[in-house]
Design a protein around this ligand. Structure first.
Ligand code: FES
Length: 541
């Protein structure tokens, strides 16, 4: 489907067989991320490490100006762009997961092998508030056999952690209902992942989730997460048997639930910090997991500090008037180009709404073009900056008596106009400000500035897809060179897999938890001033 100025190209990544549609000139690395594949980029995409090698099977892929790549079909994903429909092969050795997976057989370099009898299986669960993903793994080789994901059945009871905490506080029956819902979800996944024979061969399970999810899985009271000081019920990791957890596998299989750092810095963060090797770095490194609850950690001088910040659901498209999750029909990318705008829609279908990544794109582009000021005021037709192209001018409109900006309309196949309104911008300011304020406080406490950061690691689903330069333009991420920002994909899931395969990794997870200082952001001196400041978009272009 063609949207405005540009057609989109179909890119198929092999061997996964994943298809994405991207705008012309999209970096291969970005297209891969869009397809849910995280490449290993230790040099930050500067073209110097050679680790992001992929192979072009067909299509025009080459330099930004369209020159085909020289030599054979191997090319760096961080330095080549899509100029036509293409098929690209990604060798396993170029993926982030491969580079950070603990190797359990003797073919790899960093063997941390624990004794697992041949044939024994394990499952690593990434227990999310909305979705749960399980990976079936052969324990003595580390080989992934199957992956399956499904909706967390608790979503029928409440959308977010706060509603689940509140529900759980209604009494024992409510708590049991939540526990049963998550147990049922895991059993459905186990059923999907394994045959009856395989199920009996599962000897280990690891489970990483946020504090609320982990505690509800254990049937624990969550009332202390509902009010200050937001204390978790446990900090060290917990071991149960499958029988105790109601899981329909070999009843004495061990279930390990990740340690927790704080009320809103849970096992998934510990797993993510472990996978990102935050405990190993000597350099200042910032770890950010963007979500409804944003988790931020800073490694500095060999110490780790972690905090959580309530960004709200704007990044998931909620509370944005035409917002939606990143599913088929969502506009996921917006660029202002050639005097107008162009956008990408997930699934290449008519647009139905706008998801979080495009919300960040549009905010950044409006700021760059002077159509949005630092205080978050959208320009109206009367106060346009001189030289605003016609194509953008005609997109200015009004909603609820306030300025608004049209992203797509019936001419793009949308059933009704898709707008960003002044009220939406206020929601974005709150979400961006919450994360930025958290980052600023951690940096200030450590006595360092953004320029001192060696790397910014972006974890989680949203971080996966976000355009780094746009995230920096809105202030969501600190002002660092975009090659210092690295998407590390679903680090929590990788951490859960590593712990499944290695007792050394499990011990390390416990150590990461014990040595990480939990910092309550609201206790920072002049917190409210810092939060207000963080809501002001950065000046400049
Ligand atoms: S060469 Fe290092 S990421 Fe591409």
């Amino acid at each position: 489907m063609t949207h405005n100025l540009h057609q989109e190209f179909k890119v198929v990544f092999q061997p996964a067989g994943r298809t994405v549609y991207v705008l012309p000139g999209t970096l291969v690395l970005e297209a891969a991320i869009r397809a849910g594949i995280t490449l290993n980029t230790p040099c930050g995409g500067t073209g110097t490490c050679g680790k992001c090698l992929v192979r072009k099977i067909s299509g025009e892929v080459g330099s930004r100006d369209g020159k085909p790549s020289a030599g054979d079909s191997s090319l760096l994903a961080c330095g080549n762009y899509i100029h036509s429909d293409a098929v690209i092969e990604i060798p396993e050795s170029s993926t982030f997961e491969y580079a950070h997976k603990i190797v359990c057989d003797d073919h790899g370099s960093s063997v941390i092998s624990d004794s697992a009898a041949p044939g024994q299986l394990g499952v690593a669960f990434d227990l999310g508030t909305t979705t749960v993903v399980g990976t079936l793994i052969e324990l003595n080789t580390g080989k992934e056999i199957r992956v399956a994901g499904t909706l967390n059945r608790q979503t029928r009871i409440g959308d977010d952690v706060i509603s689940r905490i509140q529900y759980s506080m209604q009494g024992a029956a409510a708590l049991a209902k939540l526990r049963d819902a998550v147990t049922a979800t895991l059993n459905v996944l186990l059923d999907e992942l394994t045959s009856a024979d395989e199920r009996q061969r599962i000897s280990k399970i690891t489970l990483a989730g946020n504090t609320t999810m982990q505690q509800l899985f254990c049937g624990m009271d969550c009332s202390s997460l509902g009010s200050t000081p937001f204390e978790p019920q446990f900090r060290e990791g917990i071991k149960h048997t499958a029988a105790e957890c109601g899981l329909e596998i070999s009843q004495d299989a061990e279930v390990y639930i990740f340690p927790q750092i704080g009320g809103f810095v849970g096992g998934d963060t510990v797993a993510g910090l472990l996978a990102a090797e935050m405990h190993e770095t000597r350099q200042p490194v910032l770890f950010v997991d963007l979500g409804t609850n944003g988790e931020i950690a800073l490694a500095h001088n060999g110490r780790l500090t972690a905090a959580s910040t309530a960004a709200g659901p704007a990044f998931e498209g909620a509370r944005i008037s035409r917002g939606m999750r990143a599913v088929t029909g969502a506009i996921e990318k917006v660029v202002f180009d050639g005097g107008d705008l162009a956008f990408n829609v997930i699934g290449n279908v008519p647009p139905r709404g706008i998801c979080g990544t495009a919300v960040i794109d549009i905010t950044a582009e409006l700021l760059r073009h002077g159509l949005l000021d630092s205080y978050g005021c959208l320009a109206s037709a009367e106060d346009l900056p001189a030289g605003t192209p016609q194509g953008l001018q005609r997109r200015l409109t009004e909603a609820d008596g306030q300025p608004a900006f049209v992203i797509a309309g019936p001419e793009d196949g949308a059933a009704e106009a898709i707008l960003i309104t002044q009220r939406d911008i206020r929601e974005i300011q709150l979400a961006v400000g919450a994360i930025r304020c958290g980052i600023n406080i951690l940096l200030k406490r450590a006595g360092i500035e953004p320029k001192d950061l060696h790397e910014v690691l972006l974890a989680g689903g949203f971080g996966y897809f976000i355009r780094r330069n746009n995230a920096c333009r809105t202030g969501l991420l600190p002002a660092v060179a975009s090659e210092k920002i690295r998407c590390i994909g679903n680090a929590a899931s990788l951490g859960a897999k590593n712990v499944l395969l290695s007792n050394a990794a499990r011990l390390m997870a416990e150590r990461v938890r014990a040595s990480t200082e939990h910092y309550e952001l609201s206790s920072a001196e002049s917190f409210s001033e810092m939060f207000t400041d963080a809501m002001i978009f950065p000046a400049g272009n």
